[in-house]
Design a binder for this molecule. Sequence first.
Ligand code: BV8
Ligand code: ZN
Length: 271
Amino acid sequence: MASTTSGKIAEFRRLLANARSVLVLTGAGVSAESGVPTFRGSGGLWRQYRATDLATLTAFNRSPSLVWEFYHYRREVVRTKQPNKAHIALAEAEKRFEKEGKRFNVITQNVDGLHRKAGSKNLIEMHGNLFVVRCTSCNFIEENTSSPICESLRNRGLPDENGPEIDEKDLPHCRKCRSLLRPHIVWFGEQIWNDVLEKIEKEIQLCDLFLVVGTSSVVYPAAGYASLLSERSILVAEINIETTPSTSIANYHFHGPAAQILPQLLSTNVN
Ligand code: BV8
Ligand code: ZN
């Protein structure tokens, strides 16, 4: 049963000090205080669509123009955002743990790149990244931070506009084979890449303390990690501003914003 009061912070910090391999799973809530809309909050809407309706291969095949407008919009929003104290606390904790010869890894479901911007190195972006593209034909993958990603998307993608469909030939194209590019992001109904799953599997095997931060714990496979670890009697702590399916599994539930709680849990003088 999760502990009910954040007064357990001192207790948790002692457990953290004795941990040898900390694994953190983050979701959209960790970027909320950077101003990046979460999936299921009010920000989860774009035009008349839910993000989860557009983050699918079916939506992309039906209208690559609409899905590219959606991702272009998110790229332009995220580009202006900075990591918050939650991202920074995680990056600093990783550095400290590494110095002590211990392990500290972050698996993020987010595609906003803010953990990397904050300095996290031991980072698994399990659903990809808004600034990486993949060719729909030759699978060529590369980072692409161009703003806009192509001329036809300049000033497009605003939530309150409904411009004309962009012709496929004017959407982003592979510089190797000229085929249509897509975001290198795992859409609903698509499998997480095998090399990523293997890395996650290894970290789950080695982990002796698990933190699940700012996720609604409804999307699999990420949502299943807390119970997987709890069944192996690994300590699970959740940070969220609401309760989630992970709350009943967690040994600790710290109720509050990640940018406030994480620095209290992870900050330097962990005794
Ligand atoms: C898979 C990238 C298997 C996209 C994302 C049909 C076919 C196949 C699979 C399925 C299917 N139907 C369902 C599935 C499974 C599906 C799934 O789990 N669906 C759910 C909805 C039931 N999963 C998949 O499809 C996955 N693949 O299963 O493949 C397979 C096997 C064989 C063959 C084919 C397939 C792939 C899932 C990945 C989808 N891509 N992202 C993009 O970003 O555009 S998922 C997306 O939503 C996010 O990345 C994230 O992972 C996920 C959940 O969002 P959260 O991060 O949790 O954000 P959310 O808004 O939900 O919650 C925010 C939380 O933060 C809240 O709890 C809130 O209280 C809290 N919070 C807010 N502010 C703060 C805070 N906490 C702390 N501090 C704050 N300040
Ligand atoms: Zn190509």
